[in-house]
Design a protein around this ligand. Structure first.
Ligand SMILES: Nc1ncnc2c1ncn2[C@@H]1O[C@H](COP(=O)(O)OP(=O)(O)OP(=O)(O)O)[C@@H](O)[C@H]1O
Length: 251
């Protein structure tokens, strides 16, 4: 049995009077690839912010690596790539090397003899995302998909155990989306990084994820993506909390 690295118990959240999450309970096991899906405004980003400790917990309990989230000192164990990580305009004055170095320096532990230095870690991370030839290029001159890969490199440079990605394929053209999911699968399987992928694109991600979590204020489904795929449309729509036929047209 895999060990849970993240545990969420009876979590509810509201913004002023608006309830956004209600009684959320689930666990994320080490080594899993979790797809977190739900329609616009269903509370996905709020849940992620709670998991990262960015949003203050109002009700319930969250623990990361066995520690309550309020006391959890991240030290690079959880990494995050936001929705807007691939929108640098042309001429933005930073190279790929500088962007990924920021990921290394954030939470860097004192260097021990024989350990990789910053440049080695940067090159290693870029190699994992097939961007090693872009080290000295300006980030703003890359395509949205290439920028997204650089941000993944930045997020994995410190070798996190859990990587959370919020809608990472927004701004990535459809040809590259498939390749992008394959890259995430590789990070999960070859490097053993546990992944949480927030997405609208339920049809595309079910092929790759090991666990599907459908959120729409409450959890409507949590389980095997294939079992979900094999359900009749009407039942899936109910579990997704929204008309399933419209999902692939959301973006
Ligand atoms: N800081 C905030 N203050 C007030 N309301 C908020 C705040 N953040 C989010 N909300 C509201 O909470 C609800 C859930 O938002 P959230 O961003 O968590 O959903 P989401 O599933 O990530 O949406 P999307 O898919 O559109 O990004 C929405 O109605 C949103 O308007």
């Amino acid at each position: 049995m895999s060990k849970p690295i993240l545990t969420v118990r009876n979590v509810s959240h509201r913004y002023e009077k608006q309830p956004v999450l209600e009684n959320i309970t689930f666990e994320i096991n080490k080594g899993s690839f979790v797809g977190l899906v739900g329609p616009n405004g269903s509370g996905k980003t709020t849940l992620i912010k709670l998991l990262l400790g960015i949003e203050k917990l109002q009700r319930g309990e969250i623990s990361a690596f066995g520690q309550p989230i309020q006391k959890f000192k991240n030290k690079g164990r959880i990494s995050y790539v936001s929705q807007k990580a691939n929108s640098f305009g042309r001429g933005f004055p930073a190279t790929v090397k500088e962007v990924v170095s920021m990921g290394v320096m954030h939470n860097q532990k004192p260097l021990l003899p024989g350990q990789k230095n910053t440049l080695e870690l940067v090159k290693h991370a870029l190699k994992q995302v097939n961007m090693e030839d872009y080290l000295n290029r300006n980030i703003g001159d890359l395509s949205g998909g290439q920028q997204q890969r650089v941000f993944i490199a930045r997020a994995i440079a410190n070798e996190p155990e859990l990587l959370i990605l919020d809608e990472p394929t927004v701004g990535v053209d459809s040809q590259n989306v498939e390749q992008f999911y394959q890259l995430l699968s590789r990070l999960n399987q070859d490097l053993g990084i546990t992944l949480v992928l927030v997405s609208h694109d339920i049809g595309a991600i079910t092929t790759y994820v090991t666990d599907l979590l459908c959120l729409n204020r409450t959890i409507h489904y949590h389980g095997n993506p294939n079992d979900f795929e094999n359900m009749p449309d009407e039942q899936r729509s109910k579990l997704y909390g929204h008309n399933i036929n419209t999902i692939t047209h959301d973006h």
